[in-house]
Design a protein around this ligand. Structure first.
Ligand SMILES: [Zn+2]
Ligand SMILES: [Zn+2]
Length: 302
């Protein structure tokens, strides 16, 4: 990396605000040592699942970015707010960055290319993210489906507001232990578990499909990120609601989508199917029966 490129990646003020925020959250998480209680740990784990698993993995990623299923407007807005609670970005900014990643995976244009090193792919890319996206005008180009929704546009602008409200609720309910474990410790867990998808799952693991980039299936990332670690499967079948394709590739987010379907809250579930000519994804209505066959075909077991 040259001095000039290093300077351009760490310019004021966006970069230092993001850096200060990340340091602040990690230092705050250290206070967890002094404020531990089993109740606070329970709040932390529940919110890790709600904001990371439901908000980011199911909401921002599988629903908003890839539209791997259809749902109602109230559920859509609920997912958007839960994603904001993760404190990573607003829905439009997050989706734009991720669609950009899929378009330019593992190239110079990839916002978090692993070719620039593990730390860059893991989190230092965030210090220049706005710069990258502004230059590419990707928010407009990559999220036309979201940019026309006034609520999503508003939420994207004020994406920290839900987290501020949650922090206040936690203080009222359980004082410092709930605040530290529910906001700081939980956020750090959400950050790293989702960041590992960009870093570790493009560096370590096995490849079930010969995709155009370096994506990997990584079991420990999948466990930490509610199924997102089966990243090679995901790059191969980007619109599929299901990332874990073999029986032992545990994918909690897909199981949650199945539950939403059973409750009548999700439909048009996209799953992978392999034709003789190429691989495509198709909407499957009665997926619970058909998906097993389709998936077995997809992984060559039939
Ligand atoms: Zn994706
Ligand atoms: Zn990827």
């Amino acid at each position: 990396m040259t001095d000039s490129s290093r300077r351009s990646r760490f310019s004021m003020p966006q970069d230092w605000i993001v850096l200060a925020w990340i340091v602040f959250m990690h230092v705050g998480a250290l206070a967890g040592i002094f404020t531990f209680s089993w109740k606070a740990l329970g709040v932390c784990v529940f919110l890790w699942w709600l904001t990371g698993g439901i908000g980011i993995c199911l909401g921002f990623h599988r629903y908003f970015t890839h539209r791997s299923f259809t749902t109602s407007r109230p559920v859509e807005y609920f997912l958007a707010v839960m994603g904001c609670l993760a404190g990573e970005a607003g829905p439009i900014s997050w989706v734009a960055a991720h669609r950009y990643h899929h378009t330019y995976s593992d190239t110079d244009k990839d916002p978090h290319s692993p070719l620039k090193g593990f730390l860059w792919a893991h989190f230092t890319w965030l210090f220049g993210r706005e710069d990258v996206l502004a230059k590419s005008d990707s928010c407009k180009r990559f999220t036309p489906d979201m940019a026309k929704d006034p609520f999503l546009v508003w939420l994207d602008k004020f994406h920290m507001l839900p987290a501020a409200v949650l922090a206040g609720v936690l203080v009222v309910l359980g004082g410092w232990p709930f605040l530290v474990w529910g906001m700081f410790v939980r956020s750090v867990l959400v950050y790293h578990s989702t960041w590992f998808v960009n870093s570790a799952s493009h560096i370590w693991g096995y490849r079930s499909f010969q995709t155009q980039e370096m994506s990997r299936n990584n079991w420990w990332v999948a466990l930490l990120s509610f199924g997102e670690g089966w990243h090679n499967n995901h790059h191969a079948f980007q619109r599929s609601a299901r990332h874990g394709m073999r029986w032992w590739e545990v994918d909690l987010t897909y199981r949650t989508i199945q539950l939403l379907w059973a409750l009548g809250l999700a439909s048009d579930i996209h799953l992978p199917i392999r034709t003789s000519a190429n691989r495509v994804t198709v909407p499957v209505a009665d997926f619970d029966v058909r998906s097993r066959l389709l998936l077995k075909k997809a992984v060559g077991e039939v």
